[in-house]
Design a protein around this ligand. Structure first.
Ligand code: SF4
Ligand code: SF4
Ligand code: SF4
Length: 316
């Protein structure tokens, strides 16, 4: 999106030169095509490194936790919702932030593209007008972006930033007629035995590398429960019980907080669709509490709230 990049760079340069931000958090080109990297820029002369395209899929909110300086940060729909969650959970202050809002048309699933070119090495990618072209040593292929969206982006109902100081473009249209929980409903229809075997198969390739945890802005505990040794909440092996315990507990720690940004799934080196866990809890939060994470600065997540007039009798 060249026009967005120009605007992002202009705003970033202004913020750094005018002393309104000490650091800009954005994306730069990665060392391999289709995998852009987060970048922190402090020198106004370096803003040309900032980019925006369909490969900016890591969640930048991950770099906000506990920072004390003034920060300019770019944010699309899901990242802005994680920023809201971070503010509500006192991990950053709203007044520290200048949020450069980006209307989002979704991220490309680089693994799906790789499969579509029979795992050949992709050396370059170019994007324009809803299509993208990948080139390798002896091939060139053009695809429709809509056919290669990450699975979370294909069902995203909040592509526009919910909080921002300045937008780089007009809001994109919210898609209609999408059921974001179709996959969850399919699993809900399974018997208990089928569910167990579905999730056992799902996590069986897990190597407990914790890339999913590390990519998630919700996982900011100084010591994660998996790293505790006294008490040791869960074994550290890839024994199926230990692995499943890790996934269940991680998902529960994200309940009512997950924005379905997809960073966890994208980071997994063995391609496990870990969002199957968090999406069920997102659906439950919506069904039971009419709650979607990160939409309001004035409300706390449901599992974080105590009300004496709660209609559930467990409070009494
Ligand atoms: S989940 Fe929505 S806002 Fe986030 S990258 Fe995908 S389309 Fe964009
Ligand atoms: S659990 Fe995954 S999808 Fe949810 S906020 Fe964390 S990284 Fe994003
Ligand atoms: S990133 Fe993948 S392999 Fe690593 S712990 Fe998470 S699910 Fe397991």
């Amino acid at each position: 999106m060249p026009e967005y990049e120009t605007k992002i760079r202009e705003i970033a340069k202004g913020l750094l030169e005018d002393g309104k931000a000490d650091v800009i958090i954005g994306y730069k080109k990665g060392s391999i095509p289709m995998v852009n990297e987060p970048v922190l820029i402090r020198d106004p002369n370096n803003v040309e490194n900032l980019i925006w395209d369909s490969h900016c899929a890591l969640n930048l909110c991950n770099y906000l936790t506990g920072r004390k300086e003034r920060i300019g940060i770019i944010a699309n729909g899901c990242n802005s919702r994680n920023i809201v969650t971070h503010i509500v959970e006192n991990q950053i202050k709203r007044e520290q932030l200048y949020i450069i809002g980006i209307p989002c048309t979704g991220m490309i699933d680089h693994r799906a593209v790789k499969r579509a070119v029979n795992d050949r090495e992709i050396l370059a990618v170019e994007e324009s007008e809803g299509r993208f072209t990948v080139r390798g040593k002896d091939f060139e292929k053009t695809f429709e972006k809509k056919d290669f969206l990450q699975t979370n982006c294909a069902v995203c109902l909040h592509p526009n930033p919910v909080v921002y100081d300045e937008m780089v473009g007009e809001n994109v249209k919210i898609p209609e007629g999408i059921n974001p929980f179709k996959d969850v409903e399919e699993i809900e229809r399974m018997s208990a035995r089928e569910k167990w075997s579905f999730f056992a198969d799902l996590v069986s390739p897990c190597i407990r590398c914790y890339a999913c945890r590390n990519a998630c802005p919700l996982c900011y505990c100084p010591t994660c429960f998996v790293d505790e040794s006294d008490p040791q909440w869960v074994g550290k092996s890839i024994d199926p019980t230990d692995t499943m315990t890790f996934h269940f507990l991680r998902a529960y720690h994200c309940a009512g907080r997950c924005t379905d940004c997809g960073a966890c799934e994208r980071a997994c080196p063995v391609g496990i669709p870990v969002r199957h866990f968090t999406k069920k809890l997102n659906k439950d939060a919506l069904d039971l509490f009419s709650w979607e994470a990160g939409l309001s600065l004035d409300q706390r997540p449901p599992l974080d709230v105590y009300r004496v007039d709660d209609y559930n009798d467990f409070v009494e």
